[in-house]
Write a protein that binds this ligand. Structure first.
Ligand SMILES: [Zn+2]
Length: 425
């Protein structure tokens, strides 16, 4: 999509301000901005060509049938004059972001070795509180878990996580391996993997959960892009990439999920423009976050192997199996992956009727190169390698800013799906 000019408008003033006055960043409020889903009828180019003169903000990548965009107040009249077939995702994005911020709850301090309260899943939280939550959760189960620190981000934050095991002992079984929040604005992904970690640890007395824990080592990294996530909380709720600067551009950030060293060199599934939302970097694996993730992944692959990898994203409600880089290529165990994606989607729907679309990543959604799922499948040799795009679908309202009331149901339906999946692989 040719949203580069608009993205530069959004990003450039921040970058200038940040370099001129360190530590002072203007927060973008998005007050009065409207988000729309535009029907493309398989002609996304005609839509994006018409949008080109407007200062639109890309809200999600175009899929086969729609483009989602955010329109600043000054452009709404011009946008509506274009006469698109469009539905409103956010009537006032700024108001919805404020409501989300107002729903933040402080972390409830607990006594030593107590289990954190599960009210954690009724609100969003500051980044520092997420670290405390994981440390406290792990401390309550010291015999069966440990905190991981696999490397540092551009700005020096640890890529932390939790490793959970069962009766076989630490590191004795194939890996179940989850990444969250590679795209900074996809807040629900960290909450859902936290919900899964919480349940894996607290429900070991459940027969089905015990079987999973005794058969696998579980590795969960909730924030593989911590700098970007912090930036969404301090400066720009819609930030996606990491916070890496490049001497060649005033634009900030590389998409860590287009930076994996596999099929990175192909064109069509990422951007070579540093101002773009899907900027792939100057070379494969040239983000510190990706280097840390590759190194950790290789260690899992070389030890007991990776049974299942899931990269947790939002939004759209999809279960995506390989591949991203080629719409006709299929994994050698494609039929099994597709059938499991279908039955997992059915299981997820049993909780609240939430419908997840499933299929190969490229042909179901769009082409991606240098992405984690293709790397995990072909290089790290994961048996199953998936992306799950969480709530909402977009149709019916909402996007990255998902009301806090949907955190718990998102966790519940995915927990049911994961328990089913891990009993079935
Ligand atoms: Zn994403």
């Amino acid at each position: 999509m040719k949203f580069t000019a608009a993205a530069a408008l959004l990003v450039a003033p921040l970058a200038v301000l940040a370099s001129a006055v360190p530590k002072v960043e203007r927060k973008i409020t998005y007050d009065g901005y409207k988000a729309y889903r535009i029907a493309t009828h398989n002609n996304a180019k005609s839509v994006t060509d018409k949008l080109a003169p407007l200062a639109v903000v890309p809200f999600n990548q175009n899929t086969r049938d729609h483009v989602d965009v955010v329109i600043p107040p000054s452009e709404i009249a011009a946008f509506e004059a274009l006469g698109f077939e469009a539905e409103v995702l956010h009537e006032d994005l700024g108001a919805d972001i404020r409501e989300e911020a107002n729903s933040f709850a402080p972390y409830q301090e607990i006594s030593a070795q107590a289990i954190p309260s599960d009210t954690w899943f009724d609100a969003y939280h500051a980044y520092a509180d997420h670290i405390t939550f994981f440390n406290d959760l792990q401390a309550a189960f010291p015999t069966y878990s440990e905190i991981l620190n696999i490397g540092a981000s551009v700005q020096g934050r640890q890529l932390f996580g939790i490793h959970i095991w069962g009766s076989g002992g630490k590191g004795s079984k194939p890996a179940i391996y989850f990444h969250g929040t590679v795209h900074a604005r996809e807040w629900i992904s960290s909450k859902v993997v936290e919900y899964l970690a919480y349940n894996f640890l607290t429900q070991y007395n459940d027969t089905a959960v015990k079987a999973i824990r005794d058969n696998y080592d579980i590795y969960i990294l909730p924030f593989v892009n911590p700098d970007g996530f912090v930036y969404t909380q301090t400066s720009n709720r819609l930030w996606r990439k990491n916070r890496q600067t490049r001497s060649s551009s005033s634009c900030v950030g590389t998409d860590i999920n287009r930076n994996w060293p596999y099929k990175w060199e192909l064109s069509g599934g990422a951007s070579t423009d540093p101002c773009d939302e899907t900027y792939k970097g100057l070379a494969a694996g040239d983000t510190p976050e990706n280097r840390a993730l590759v190194s950790f992944t290789q260690s899992l692959s070389a030890s007991k192997g990776i049974k299942l990898y899931i990269d947790w994203h939002s939004y759209g409600q999809y279960i995506l199996i390989p591949y991203g880089y080629d719409c006709s290529k299929r994994a050698t165990n494609h039929a099994k992956q597709l059938s499991l994606a279908q039955s997992t989607a059915s299981k997820i729907a049993q909780s609240y009727g939430t419908k997840f679309t499933y299929g190969p990543s490229c042909s179901t959604l769009y082409a991606t190169t240098g992405d984690s799922v293709d790397y995990m499948q072909d290089v790290a040799k994961a048996e199953y390698s998936w992306t799950i795009e969480l709530r909402p679908t977009g149709s019916g309202g909402g996007g990255f800013v998902l009301p806090a009331s949907q955190i718990r149901p998102s966790g519940v339906e995915q927990w049911e799906g994961i328990k089913y999946l891990l009993a079935s692989v």
